[in-house]
Design a protein around this ligand. Structure first.
Ligand code: GTP
Length: 253
């Protein structure tokens, strides 16, 4: 049974900050956002978590293995080094969608994202070490079949981008609705899914759906682990198995 620990990361009062005392240069905002993502990726990643940039002002981490003290340290480190602060809310559950929903509600209870008095909230519960298992996290690594041959080497870069994004949009929506999963674009032609206990038929269903809906062909490798890092690494190996065998879906567990 999966038990995903999800952390909702939200920059505090960011909207008003971007226009105070007057609109800030867009390049500076882009630099701040991408550096913050890079730092969080490393801070969570060093502890075997994964961070997804989602909207950049809000990010989502799979944080199995990090306790509240770890979260506090990350929050403090960002607060010391950036002109903005961030709030962190953690929740767990067999469904990643439910866990994220709970984490978000906890944060919303503390006030608006644009409330200048709501700062550096740290809320929620992490999984006690004694209850953690090797099946807690299920990660799916999706990849577009022959994206290089079909798109990158054929179309202009913007039209390639449209094809990849359409595949991603359809997949993220379908996995959210039909399979209770959170999917994130991670660059190139890759999407990483944070999933509950899904089986091979569920993944085949998602691959088939995206093919039928938007004519983008995917393959997917799936792994399980105690942390996002170990599940994610197995997912990458499973994806290599897809490439070797020419299959759509491979599970490494
Ligand atoms: N984030 C991330 N990006 C990757 C990964 N592997 C490949 N990519 C990206 O995906 C792009 C396409 O690479 P591939 O998916 O290997 O190539 P492909 O043409 O789709 O060929 P097949 O996947 O073998 O069908 C690369 O240029 C990278 O940008 C990965 O593990 N993680």
């Amino acid at each position: 049974m999966t038990n995903t620990q999800v952390t909702h990361i939200q920059i505090d009062n960011y909207g008003p900050w971007t226009v105070t005392p007057e609109p800030r240069r867009e390049v500076d905002l882009q630099t701040l956002q991408s550096r913050l993502f890079a730092d969080l990726s490393q801070l969570f990643g060093n502890r075997d978590g994964y961070v997804f940039f989602s909207r950049f002002d809000n990010m989502i981490a799979v944080s199995n293995g990090l306790d509240l003290d770890d979260h506090r340290l990350i929050q403090e480190s960002v607060g010391n080094r950036y002109p903005v602060t961030m709030s962190l809310s953690v929740a767990t559950g067999t469904s990643p969608v439910q866990a994220l929903g709970d984490a978000t509600s906890q944060l919303q209870e503390e006030g608006s994202a644009q409330d200048k008095h709501r700062r550096e909230i740290l809320k929620g519960r992490t999984i006690d070490d004694e209850f953690r298992t090797a099946d807690d996290v299920q990660i799916a690594h999706f990849d577009v079949n022959d994206a290089t041959g079909k798109y990158t080497d054929q179309l202009n870069e913007f039209d390639t981008f449209i094809h990849i994004e359409q595949g991603y949009a359809e997949l993220m929506r379908y996995m959210r609705q039909a399979h209770d999963s959170l999917c994130f674009f991670v660059g190139g032609d890759n999407v990483i899914g944070v999933c509950p206990d899904l089986d091979e038929a569920d993944y085949q269903d998602a691959v088939d759906h995206v093919h039928e809906a938007v004519d983008v062909d995917l393959k997917v490798g799936v792994g399980r682990g105690r942390t996002a890092q170990s599940a994610g690494m197995d997912a990458k190996h499973a994806l290599e198995d897809c490439r070797a065998a020419g299959t759509d879906v491979e599970l490494l567990f």
